[in-house]
Design a protein around this ligand. Structure first.
Ligand code: PLP
Length: 340
């Protein structure tokens, strides 16, 4: 069996989650289902401690694509569009889920996965009258699809620009655990509760079986979100499944412990690769790293390992993507380095 460095969700869930699921299995949620159970209530309380924004409203949903399409479609009017970078998950790997809700995704090019204010300015200039869609939301992801991070300064600048231009700022946090625990990070959940209109905290790629916690900070965007979620099939009857998982993730800092573990594993792998004289497409800072190898070495590695060939560098070299998870065993990294 090949070893996978393809993603951070190829294992089940953190054992604490499974244990809590078993312990609570026969408890009846007589107080309510569809996210109105005691576990979800407690999970929200625990997350709120980090947000420190009493206005923020939390909704637990099952996946990233679902979170993205729910947020975009609930918060935009029919003629409004969302701006994203060309690598943005909503623009590449969601099968047109956003467009299927009627909203155009306007993309701008990026080299590092991040969007810059001048690029948004350019889009606004291009979309100036009612014969075109109206850009109304900026979608960013942290970590980005290229494993890079937004700094607090960049976020503050984006927020200010969005405020000046009547734009909503939405952060996809499918990999927020890795972002917040990177040694290069200077952002907290509290910052995100202040600086974004809406963001989500990814569970699926951070030790949960499944689940994302959408945090709506802008009170104007909150009304009837549960109606919207229900209509889109996102209100799980057994909402406890999500509640229990986020309860465990936000008990004793497990969410951050998991993020840190996956980053440390990636940094170890990166250091070993560097030591052997290879370079990287982008500087490694989180749990997605992009070393550059000659194609013949990649072909050899592919006999034992699964990963994405990410970007062609030249005729002989390609950047591959290696992703570590909280559960990646040490020996997988050691053996990979030996094989190189
Ligand atoms: C940044 C980002 N957002 C959203 C998603 C979508 O998540 P899901 O596969 O749970 O729909 C992914 C999945 O890879 C992702 O990397």
């Amino acid at each position: 069996m090949k070893i996978s460095f393809k993603d951070d969700y190829s294992e089940g869930c953190h054992p604490n989650i499974l244990q809590r699921m078993t312990e609570t299995n026969l408890i009846q949620t007589a107080e309510g289902n569809y996210g109105e159970d005691r576990f979800t209530a407690n999970a929200k309380k625990l997350i709120h401690k980090h947000l420190q924004n009493p206005e923020s409203e939390i909704h637990l949903v099952s996946g990233g694509t679902q979170a993205n399409l729910l947020v975009v479609s609930a918060m935009l009017r029919p003629h409004e569009a969302v701006i994203a970078v060309n690598y943005g998950h909503i623009a590449t790997h969601e099968t047109g889920a956003i467009e299927a809700t009627g909203h155009k995704v306007i993309t701008v090019d990026t080299k590092d996965g991040k969007i810059q204010v001048p690029q948004i300015e350019e889009v606004l200039k291009e979309h100036y009258f009612e014969h075109m869609v109206l850009p109304r939301m900026v979608y960013i992801s942290n970590t980005t699809e290229l494993g890079t991070l937004y700094t607090k300064k960049e976020l503050v600048e984006l927020r200010a620009f969005c405020d000046q231009n009547n734009l909503l700022l939405f952060m996809d946090g499918a990999r927020l655990g890795s972002a917040l625990t990177s040694s290069a990070n200077d952002i907290t959940l509290k910052d995100l509760a202040q600086l974004t209109d809406v963001f989500y905290i990814g569970g699926t790629k951070n030790g949960a079986l499944l689940g994302e916690a959408i945090v709506i900070n802008n009170p104007l965007l909150q009304p009837y979100f549960r109606y919207h979620a229900k209509q889109k099939g996102a209100l799980l009857a057994k909402g406890r499944l999500l509640g229990i998982q986020f309860e465990v993730l936000f008990t004793d800092g497990l969410f951050f412990e998991i993020g840190l573990a996956m980053n440390e594993k990636a940094m170890k792998l990166a250091a070993g690769i560097k030591e052997k004289g290879y370079s990287f497409w982008l500087p490694p800072t989180t749990n997605q790293i992009f070393p550059i190898f000659e194609n013949k070495i990649i072909a050899e590695l592919e006999k034992d390992y699964i990963f994405h060939r990410w970007a062609k560098i030249n005729d002989n070299q390609t950047a591959i993507r290696l992703v570590t998870s909280w559960a990646t065993p040490e020996e997988n990294m050691v053996n990979f380095l030996k094989k190189i």
